[in-house]
Design a protein around this ligand. Structure first.
Ligand SMILES: CC(C)(COP(=O)(O)OP(=O)(O)OC[C@H]1O[C@@H](n2cnc3c(N)ncnc32)[C@H](O)[C@@H]1OP(=O)(O)O)[C@@H](O)C(=O)NCCC(=O)NCCS
Length: 307
């Protein structure tokens, strides 16, 4: 098995690998069909991730056949590195491919002196075992909520006293500082990338108090192949509720969308249920190395998996 960087001619084969890895795993382990019939939409990963973090995908190539056996994307940031998405071709499963790719990235992060963070399914004992055997420690649990947002818009939500608006270039550093204060991580690169929005799929909102201080921020990706709310962090659940409401209402009318809510945030979860959201999976945020406490109301996402 040869470990090397992803190259542009690999993109179609990589999309096929990610598609078959996810669809075979969910079909055989959970009896779920949730990834459609085509691999082509999974080009979203190299397309969006190579724009965000160029050169940060490593693949395992089977030297005998030249086929891709596995892949891993990683995201170097100021305070940490993040990992995701990780996939093994089902034809090469349970042979140490994912472990070798993870160890490769862990060694790079270690050389850079950074802890590594990821979000993985709590319904997937294969990935849970892979990561915890490598020393990752789960530190927060999330429920994945799915909602078909009404075409006419979301029902009104109570008054919060916060002012909501789209983030501007001058907000990127204060968003990064806000997340650092609440969750101990910083990723200003993401916020600049969202605000520049060169792919026309990124959204980023902030909530401010009357004195101009930040109460929260929340992003979203709205791409034909990926619709998801997050990443975001809020100081309290009322800010989380109004920001989530605004993002759903402005960006996802008439569409189905998923977000991850911390299971311990009872008011937020109650509001999600009141809107009609349904649980579709559970996820764990895990850290390898120093894990600062996550004091904010946190919305991770699978696109981009940078926190
Ligand atoms: C999860 C996935 C990446 C694992 O890939 P893989 O190449 O088969 O995994 P590996 O063989 O490298 O490693 C699996 C490790 O978990 C261990 N393991 C598996 N099941 C286990 C269990 N129930 N208890 C303890 N350990 C277990 C294996 O022993 C192995 O550890 P070892 O190498 O230290 O012995 C693969 O199943 C996949 O692509 N799934 C679909 C996509 C996905 O879920 N990606 C992860 C997204 S977060």
């Amino acid at each position: 098995m040869r470990i090397r960087s992803l190259a542009p001619p690999d993109w179609d084969q990589l999309a096929e690998l990610i598609y078959s890895s996810l669809s075979v795993w969910y079909r055989t382990r959970l009896n779920m069909e949730k990834f459609g019939a085509e691999a082509e939409p999974f080009r979203v990963f190299p397309e969006l991730y190579e724009a965000l973090d160029p050169g940060c995908c490593v693949v395992a190539e089977d030297e005998a056949s030249g086929r891709l056996a596995g892949s891993i994307f990683y995201h170097p940031r100021e305070t940490h590195w993040a990992v995701g998405i990780v996939n093994t071709n089902p034809d090469f499963g349970e042979r140490g491919v994912a472990r070798a790719l993870m160890q490769h990235v862990l060694a790079l992060a270690d050389a850079a002196g950074k802890p590594v963070r990821l979000v993985s399914s709590a319904m997937n004992l294969d990935s849970f075992s892979l990561y915890t055997r490598l020393g990752f420690v789960p530190c927060m649990t999330f429920q994945d909520l799915k909602l078909e947002v009404p075409a006419a818009g979301m029902p009104p939500v109570g008054e919060s006293g916060l002012m909501l608006r789209r983030a501007l270039p001058e907000d990127a550093e204060r968003i990064a500082d806000f997340e650092l204060r609440l969750n101990g991580i910083r990723r200003s690169h993401d916020w600049r990338h969202f605000i520049r929005n060169e792919q026309q799929c990124w959204h980023l909102w902030i909530a401010e108090r009357a004195d101009g201080s930040l109460a929260g921020f929340l992003g979203a990706v709205a791409h034909p192949a990926s619709q998801m709310v997050g990443p975001g962090v809020c100081e309290d659940e009322s800010a989380a509720i109004v920001l989530l409401h605004r993002v759903l209402d402005e960006t996802f009318r008439g569409r189905g969308v998923v977000w991850l809510a911390p299971v311990h945030c009872a008011a937020l979860v109650r509001q999600c249920y009141a809107w009609g959201a349904r649980n579709v999976e559970l996820h764990l945020a895990s850290v390898h190395g120093a894990a600062p406490p996550m004091k904010g109301i946190t919305f991770p996402t699978f696109m981009p998996e940078t926190g």
